[in-house]
Design a binder for this molecule. Structure first.
Ligand SMILES: Nc1nc2c(ncn2[C@@H]2O[C@H](COP(=O)(O)OP(=O)(O)OP(=O)(O)O)[C@@H](O)[C@H]2O)c(=O)[nH]1
Length: 304
């Protein structure tokens, strides 16, 4: 199944709700605009962006005399597409790079690291994985299995080790083995836990210091936030707190194949101006796709 079909399946619930708004008879009246705004809120876009998009569309409809469902639907898809920020480059292929994956428990970090390592290997990069989730033994095992399968080395320490030292070690190893893409899994933590967020800030800063002095020169470090699309509006709080504590470079949105309404992608992009780099559409190693704002907006708004 291609990305567009997967997205369409994942976003079916929100699309059906949006579709209903467009089955209006007669004129585009006040009820139509109210219903549209409510439906966008229900799709997890949040009040702010839902209101802004509805107002903009309303202005555009008046200006350009858009009256049919077809015209309005097209304008809505275009407006939603505009909410997304394009990344300056593909942060997982623009090497050399060291990428740290952060997020709350169970968001899909370990799975995403495995998927990205496999894809990078196939794309001719030279990835290496650092398992700095020293809290969860299953995460270390899972990365080992996926690393083995993809032929990507995994640097790990026993459960309970200092995560910052694993980051240091994986960069040493990357230096020795001439690896150009260092992918680091970190332990899940709640954005509301000050102590765990401080620990993560230390992990990031140790990584940055070591990455500055690779034998081939300085290696850029990027911090990627992994968000479960089903977290709904809480995803905005997560993204805001992680961004403030660490400075996030981009988002991976997982589990878009599940029961997610999808609007959280727009809400986070609009609030923080961060690019969405990949979407997770399943549990298998190949179930990760490059995010495409146009396809996403089309899949959300649907066809007639
Ligand atoms: N359906 C679906 N499941 C996913 C996706 N990504 C991850 N998962 C599943 O989500 C669960 C949690 O994923 P992990 O990768 O272990 O999450 P984590 O963020 O590393 O978890 P912690 O280390 O506890 O913080 C696993 O059962 C994954 O298979 C996705 O895109 N779609």
């Amino acid at each position: 199944m291609g990305l567009f079909d997967s997205l369409k399946r994942g976003l079916a619930r929100s699309r059906e709700a949006i579709n209903e708004v467009f089955y209006f008879g007669g004129d585009v009246d006040e009820d139509f605009w109210e219903e549209l705004e409510d439906t966008l809120v229900m799709a997890d876009m949040g009040a702010e962006i839902s209101m802004q998009v509805t107002d903009d569309l309303r202005d555009e409809a008046a200006r350009k005399n858009l009256t049919t469902a077809h015209e309005l639907r097209r304008a809505l898809a275009k407006r939603l597409e505009e909410v997304f920020v394009a990344p300056s480059s593909d942060l997982f292929l623009d090497t050399p790079a060291c990428v740290l994956f952060v997020g709350i428990n169970g968001a899909g970090k370990t799975t995403t690291v495995g998927k990205i390592a496999a894809a990078a290997q196939l794309a001719g990069k030279h990835p290496i994985i650092g398992s700095a989730d020293t809290f969860r033994a299953a995460a270390i095992e899972q990365l080992d299995v996926w690393g083995n399968r993809a032929g990507v080395p995994v640097v790990k320490r026993e459960r309970g080790s200092d995560p910052a030292s694993v980051c240091y070690d994986v960069l040493d190893e990357a230096d020795r083995q001439n690896k150009d893409l260092v992918l680091i899994d970190t332990a899940g933590r709640l954005h509301t836990s000050d102590e765990l967020m401080r620990e993560l800030a230390k992990v990031v800063s140790v990584t940055r210091k070591r990455a500055e002095r690779m034998s081939t020169g300085s290696m850029p470090v990027r911090v990627i936030l992994v968000i479960d699309a089903a977290t709904g509006q809480n995803g905005i709080n997560q993204a805001t707190e992680f961004h403030e504590a660490l400075g996030i470079d981009g988002i991976v949105l997982t589990k878009l194949d599940g029961t997610a309404k999808g609007g959280i992608a727009l809400a986070v992009a609009a609030r923080l101006g961060l690019p969405i780099l990949r979407v997770g559409i399943g549990e298998r190693i190949e179930d990760l796709q490059v995010f495409n704002a146009h396809d996403f907006a089309q899949a959300l708004v649907g066809e007639e």
